[in-house]
Structure formats: structure tokens, C-alpha cells
Design a protein around this ligand. Structure first.
Ligand SMILES: [Zn+2]
Length: 138
């Protein structure tokens, strides 16, 4: 029995030389069901879909703060200002205070934020803290 030299692609349905298919250990003939072109095309589509998903994720990360997040930022800012004034001895949960951003991180963790969102809330809180201090100084 001679091995067939031509194989039909399950995607584009074209008969193509066996060299046009990736080897695959999971198929009866040891070759991928889809030809190289179809595999490449599918990869490109996946990449476009992934890019779209990443873009949406990024947009979500930079979206406006929710009321809950804004409240958390205000609490963070108050903690930052209190810490700057040396008035803060423990975090909201009563942990001893080691690093300046610890209470801020703790408040952010209550909201189960993604790292990017967490970072964003922290920077908003820092801006708020600066604004609070400027108001106090004025
Ligand atoms: Zn094909």
C-alpha cells in the first residue's frame, strides 16, 4: 500500500501535497487535518480576537472609577495623609504598619482588583492625598 501524496484539507477542502500539512501525532495519517494556509489563517484570526480582547480589558482597566472604588480611593487617600503626618500606627484591619502603602494595598485588596486596576486606584488615591494636603496647607 503506497502512502497517498495528496491530502484533502478539512478547512479549505483543497487537495494539497502532504508537505503542505504539519505533522501531527494525533491523526490517523500523522498529519494535521488543516493545511498550513488554514492553520496560519486561523492563527491570525485568533491573534486579532486576542488583540480585541486585550484592548477591551485595557479599556476596562482605565474606565472611570465606580462609586465603590472612589470610596476606596478616599479611604486610601486619608490613610496616606494620616501616615504622612505620622498619625497612622496600624492598617484598617489593625495590622502593625510596616510600609507606607500597606493600608492602601489592604483597602484595594478588599475590592479584589486586578493588578492594573489596583495600581490605578493607588495612583488616584495618591493624587487625592496630595490634593487633601494642599487644601490643609491653604
Ligand atoms: Zn486548507
Amino acid at each position: 500500500m503506497t502512502a497517498r501524496r495528496i491530502k484533502r484539507c478539512a478547512g479549505c477542502r483543497h487537495d494539497k501535497p502532504r508537505a503542505e500539512f504539519y505533522p501531527s501525532p494525533n491523526t490517523p495519517d500523522g498529519l494535521s487535518y488543516h493545511c498550513l494556509d488554514c492553520v496560519a489563517e486561523r492563527r491570525t484570526k485568533q491573534t486579532v480576537a486576542e488583540q480585541e480582547r486585550d484592548r477591551k480589558e485595557a479599556a476596562k482597566e482605565t474606565a472611570e472609577l465606580s462609586a465603590e472604588e472612589l470610596l476606596a480611593c478616599e479611604r486610601m487617600a486619608e490613610a496616606i495623609v494620616a501616615h504622612r503626618h505620622g498619625e497612622l500606627a496600624s492598617t484598617p484591619s489593625g495590622e502593625p504598619l510596616d510600609v507606607p502603602m500597606q493600608p492602601v494595598d489592604e483597602i484595594a485588596e478588599e475590592l479584589n482588583l486586578s493588578p492594573v486596576r489596583h495600581h490605578r486606584l493607588c495612583s488616584v488615591a495618591l493624587d487625592m492625598a496630595d490634593a487633601m494636603e494642599m487644601e490643609e496647607a491653604a
